[in-house]
Design a protein. Structure first.
Length: 170
C-alpha cells in the first residue's frame, strides 16, 4: 500500500457512503421497473449481478474501515461472493438462453471481465484493490442502466458478431 493506512481512510469513507447511496438508488430503480423485469429470469440474474457489483465496494470498504484493517479478508470475501453471483448468473443464462436478447448475450460475454475483476482482487496490491472496487461501482451502475434500457425496449447494444454466437450453443 502506498502511504500509511490513515491516508486511505477518507477514500474508503467516501467509497462506502457513495456505494451505499448508489446501491440504494439502484435498488429503488429496479423496484420501480420490476414490472418490466418480472417474468424474465435473465433480467433477474442481471439485477442480482448489478446489485452485487454495487454491494462489493460497500462491503470491502466497511471491512477495511474496521479497526483491524483486514484488506486481505475483505478481498477474499468479496471475491468469493462475486464468484457465487457470477456462477448463478451464468447458470441462469445457460438455462434460459432461448429468452436472451442482445443485452443478455452481451452481458454473458462480458461476465469474463467481471470474473477477472473479482479474481484479481485478493492477489493484487492494496492500491489496485482500491481501483478494482471503484471500478465495480461504475460497472454496476452501467450494467443497471443498460439493463433498464433494454427492459423497456428491444433495442440495446449491437448484436454480437455472428462468429461469437450465444454462450452454451455448440
Amino acid at each position: 500500500m502506498t502511504g500509511k493506512f490513515d491516508d486511505w481512510i477518507p477514500f474508503f469513507e467516501y467509497l462506502a457512503s457513495s456505494a451505499a447511496a448508489l446501491l440504494g438508488l439502484t435498488f429503488v430503480a429496479l423496484q420501480i421497473n420490476r414490472n418490466h423485469l418480472v417474468g424474465n429470469k435473465l433480467f433477474a440474474a442481471s439485477a442480482r449481478t448489478s446489485l452485487m457489483e454495487l454491494s462489493a465496494p460497500l462491503l470491502f470498504a466497511l471491512i477495511v474501515l474496521m479497526p483491524s484493517h483486514q484488506w486481505e479478508a475483505a478481498a477474499i470475501l468479496v471475491a468469493i461472493l462475486g464468484y457465487c453471483v457470477i456462477f448463478w448468473h451464468f447458470v441462469s443464462y445457460v438455462v434460459h438462453r432461448r429468452d436472451a436478447n442482445r443485452f443478455h448475450n452481451w452481458q454473458a460475454a462480458l461476465l469474463s471481465v467481471l470474473l477477472l475483476d473479482f479474481g484479481f482482487l485478493p492477489f493484487v496490491s492494496n492500491d489496485w484493490q482500491a481501483i478494482l472496487v471503484l471500478w465495480m461501482t461504475f460497472s454496476g451502475l452501467i450494467e443497471a442502466g443498460w439493463m433498464l434500457f433494454s427492459a423497456h425496449s428491444d433495442e440495446g447494444p449491437p448484436a454480437l458478431p455472428s462468429s461469437a454466437g450465444r454462450l452454451g450453443e455448440g
